[in-house]
Write a protein that binds this ligand. Sequence first.
Ligand code: ZN
Length: 398
Amino acid sequence: MSVHLQIEATRGAARAGKLITPHGEVETPVFMPVGTLASVKGVSQDLLEELGVEILLSNTYHLFLRPGVETVRRMGGLHRFMSWDRAILTDSGGFQVFSLTDLRKVTEEGVAFRSHLDGSSHFLSPEKAMEAQIGLGADIIMAFDECTEYPAELARARASTELTLRWAERCKNYFEEHKSEVPWARAESAEVRTAGRTNASAPTRAGEMRPPGTRQALFGIVQGGMDTELRRESAERTIDIGFPGYAIGGLSVGEPRELTRDIVLSTLEHLPSDQPRYLMGVGTPEEIAEYARSGVDMMDCVLPTRAARHGLLFTSEGKVSIKQARYAQDENALDPACDCRVCQRYSRAYLRHLYSSNELLAQVLNTVHNLHFYLATMRTVRAWIRAGHAPAASALQM
Ligand SMILES: [Zn+2]
């Protein structure tokens, strides 16, 4: 068993259902919080569970540098290492390496780059990225692609798209040969490992072995720059290579939001209707709601967590910058319409005080609220798809 999408309701182009993974079912359309270094900054795993997070995204590039893939693999894979028994998706590292503009060199073979941490030299190729992601052991792993920069001439976008297609084939070939090496699916060592940590007083730990034959899934990524024809071609040729799910990559790279929207909507038309569609690195609450209504099943973005750490909070009444003096004596809940544990308990005045005083708790509470808001936004869209009536304005009006 690998990963597949069970579509249970449709409305227009939108679909609601379940993504079946080796580590549980995920209600779709889904927003995936980003846990860059095997941690959603400031929020513990039990809180993420309480928030209803069913799938997390983690970054291969960062884990590759720290603590290193081999460490995570020896600790039984990412699920066991971070004690998270629900689904995980890792990106390939391509996007982060792409962001190191002055520190990388791209060749046919792969990308040589210098670590943003200490300047040390490293190399990622399609095969290396697969090896790393198999070692980390996420449920869904991503092909190693080249994220075309913006703006790019058409010839440059085409060359980049062709490189991504050649790399996609190499990723698939390596994955097919090595997919049995994922840490939680090694049938022959399962008994030994379980026996080795049997302890009556120890609670069941996350990341236990999965039944033999349970596998990760490798998703392909559509590139093509900002050209709809090239996007169509990239989609068709990636589908020809054959993956159990497809992502739309290469967006949120500095292009205007309207252009992002045009590219997403036109690319969606070329993706298989019965397989998961994942839009990478997007967006605001309004955007994730719109894309889910347009037929996207999965999205991720650092915005809710990063903004939270900067005191920027998403509410049913619009964005709130909690650092502002106007909230210093405001007794109201951050968002009166929100039923998260932060809004149920604390006032804007207290949240503003925590933020101004640089208290660690500010980061925790702000992140919990923002994640809750994003997850609630998706719950509203799922209910809209399933019930066939207009979405509640509260979660979608920004
Ligand atoms: Zn709240």
